[in-house]
Write a protein that binds this ligand. Sequence first.
Ligand code: KIV
Length: 263
Amino acid sequence: MQSVTRFNAFKRNQQKFSMVTCYDYWSAQLIAASDIDSILVGDSLAVVMHGFPSTVHATLELMLPHVAAVARGAGDKLIVADMPFMTASTDLSGGVAAATRLIQAGAHAVKIEGATHQCSLIAHLCEAGLPVVGHLGLTPQSVLQLGGHKVQAKTHRAADEMIQNAKRLEDAGVSALVLECVPAKVAARISAELDCAVIGIGAGVAVDGQVLVLQDLLGANGAFAPKFLRKYANLSEEVVVALNDFHRDVVDAAFPARCESYA
Ligand code: KIV
C-alpha cells in the first residue's frame, strides 16, 4: 500500500530517500523499474511538458491527465501531485474539490505551496484523511511576487519566519515538507526541528530526502543548469545523435534492412 507513512519511516530510520518528478506513463514505467522512492507530478509540467513560462499556467484540467498517466505506469511508487495555482487559495470547498480530483486520478498525497492562508485547508484535508505535503522557500507559483527564481530565507529574520511557517505546516498535519532554494543551514535546522520528513531541492544535504525534476537530472532539459542541479546523464545530446542516425539511415536507404522487413 502506497502511503505517506513511508516518509515518516524514512525519517525515523534516518534513511535518506529520493523523489523525482514524472509527468507521463512512459517515464513512470522507467521510474517504477528503478530504486527511486517516490514520484512528484509537479506543476512544473506546465513548463517542461507544455512550454509555458511558469507554473501559474498549470490548471487542474492540465494536471489531471498527467497524474492519471503516471499512476498507470508507476507500479508501487508513492505519488504526490501538485495542487495547481490558486486552487489552495480560493476557498475551502474549492481546495477540497481540487485535492479530491487529484487523489481520484491516482495521487496518494497532494503538495500545497505556502503556509499562511493555506493552513486551514491543509488542516481540513489532513483531518479528512487526505495526505498533504507542504512546500516552502522558492514557491514557483508565487514567482510574480518573489520577482524571480531566487534563493529564499537569506536573512536571519526571513530564516526565522520560514522556521515558524514550517512548524505551522507541521501543526496543520503535513506528512512531509519540500524546501526549495533555501540556504543549507536553514534547511538543516528545519529538518532537525520537525518530526516530518523534509525533502530538499537546492536545500543542502542535511535534509531527509532530495527531489529533482527528471528531465533536469537526465540532462534532457537543454541548457537549464542551476547551481543545485547535478546532471546524471546527457540525454539531450544522446537523443539528437540517435535521431540524426535514424535520419541518415533513412536518407541513405540503410533502414530498414532485410532482417527488419517482412518477407
Ligand atoms: O513542480 C515541481 O517540479 C516542484 C519541484 C521542483 C519540487 O514543485
